[in-house]
Design a protein around this ligand. Structure first.
Ligand code: NAP
Length: 235
């Protein structure tokens, strides 16, 4: 039977590549975004899926999206935002905004997706963390902490859902060429490239290939893991 998937933050960047990769292996993929409904609709049209505008930090909006979309078998929790600020400039509202999207957003979507997966005794959840969630980044304390939280979330949820035939894994990308990094000066990008064993930054497809693998039957004995897709960034 055709597997149904949802990719949050699928309008562009890593999420759009994940949506395309899952569609390419025959899944029926829904694409979510926060604001760029037209871009999400373009990706959805390209892959024969549906697009849903819903802020993942808003549980009511996420529940409404699931009501319209129906149940899914594969969930890619990719929606996220970054923030570069000194810790001393990180105001309480900055902290809450990062956590509400990057962490609450994952809780909200998993909360809505998991009951069907348990009933069906099959499911795949792939959470997009970050290299900074593993090793921390200066001037990105809130972002790094939010992405580290997702690693703990993944480990714990994988233990709880394993007996129900559901795998839960994290992918921790390194520096990937998307809008998120368009704020970085060329000099910083060159330094980041030089810090990787493979001497390059990644593409959204590099991450999507790992996500598609973890969503497949070939990954059925892998759960609770965090897979770095970072070109060999020093850890
Ligand atoms: P991006 O190009 O900035 O795209 C972000 C996506 O998330 C967009 O589709 C955006 O929707 C969506 N989004 C943002 N806030 C949302 C919300 N509240 N509700 C629903 N959707 C929301 O980002 P990216 O670089 O592809 O990153 C994707 C994920 O990978 C993020 O979780 C990020 O932290 C992680 N990551 C990225 C890198 C990197 O180097 N790029 C490295 C490590 C981890 P709209 O288009 O509507 O705004």
């Amino acid at each position: 039977m055709t597997k149904r998937a949802l990719v949050t933050g699928g309008s562009r960047g890593i999420g759009a590549a994940c949506a395309r990769a899952l569609a390419a292996v025959g899944m029926d993929v829904s694409v979510n975004c926060a604001a760029n409904g037209e871009k999400a609709a373009q990706v959805a049209q390209e892959i024969g899926g549906q697009a849903f505008v819903a802020d993942v930090s808003d549980m009511t909006a996420v529940q409404e999206m699931f009501r319209r979309m129906g149940d899914i078998d594969v969930l890619v929790c990719n929606a996220g935002i970054a923030m570069q600020k000194l810790f001393t400039d990180t105001e309480p509202e900055d902290w809450r905004r990062i956590f509400s999207i990057n962490v609450d957003g994952v809780y909200n979507t998993c909360f809505c997706a998991v009951p069907h997966m348990i009933r069906n005794h099959w499911g795949r959840i792939i959470v997009i963390s970050s290299i900074w969630g593993r090793i921390g980044a200066s001037c990105e304390v809130a972002y790094s902490a939010s992405k580290a939280a997702l690693i703990g979330f993944t480990q714990a949820l994988s233990k709880e859902l394993g007996p129900s035939g559901i795998t839960v894994n994290c992918v921790a990308p390194g520096v990937i060429d998307t809008d998120m990094n368009s704020v970085l000066p060329d000099e910083t990008l060159e330094e980041l490239k030089a810090s990787t064993a493979l001497m390059r930054i990644g593409t959204p497809e590099d991450v999507a290939n790992a996500v598609a693998f973890l969503a497949s039957e070939r990954a059925s004995f892998i759960t609770g893991q965090t897979l770095g897709v970072d070109g060999g960034f020093p850890c």
